[in-house]
Design a binder for this molecule. Sequence first.
Ligand code: PEP
Ligand code: MN
Length: 260
Amino acid sequence: MIDIKINDELSINDENFMVIAGPCAVESEDQVIDIAKNLKKIGVNVLRGGAYKPRTCPDSFQGLGEEGLKLLVKAREETGMSIITEVMDTETLPLVEEYSDIIQIGSRNSQNFSLLKAVSKYNKPVLLKRGFGNTINELIGSSKYLSMNGNNKIILVERGIRTFETTTRFTLDVSAVPVLHEKTEYPVIIDPSHPAGVNRYVEPLAMAGAAAGSDGLIIEVHNNPGNALSDSAQQLSIPQFKNLYDKIKMITNMNNKNLV
Ligand code: PEP
Ligand code: MN
């Protein structure tokens, strides 16, 4: 597996299982700093948070934009965590690249080939989510756009696909973990939050992903999930996340991986 260095002390590779956590969206300074401090205390080293949000309807909260990026940087300064945020378009890519340690490409943009080509020009770690209507081979195709200029710092994410099932928001395809490990050299991580859609399903999906041999998790955590401006139902509270983190430790110990 490719060893991807996130910062001087942090890598995702064969030995390390990386947990990324944080709110769906950056909402305010108090919100993101409070969440970051609590997560850091638990042991998390990478903070997620959307500044540009791909919402189904235009009247929903769209994110704080550049202000959100600045608040993430503030959280990094205060906690030492690395930060990851989603890029939605080529227009805002230079800004996102400047502020963020890892560039996230969301499910809806997984086959936005002009965006992928633009991101490929930077030599920065990229987290590429599987499109919810894409096959595993299509995800691999997208990863080839990202690596076309020599950047191989790519983390692949299974975050659920659309099936006939409606009791969950998406159907987590756990098979993607062994299949992608067989077909690529990239770390594969699971997002249990978006397929779950509700917080009570997040833990079993996260545990399944870790047990299946994923190289990490990306989980939505909020300090006040009930009042979150996006994905309210699926975000874990900080105590819920702490409880899950302790269980993940048991799986990573069993698999002889360092939890980073
Ligand atoms: C997110 O991570 O908040 C997000 C929008 O995820 P996805 O692209 O997987 O829907
Ligand atoms: Mn979300």
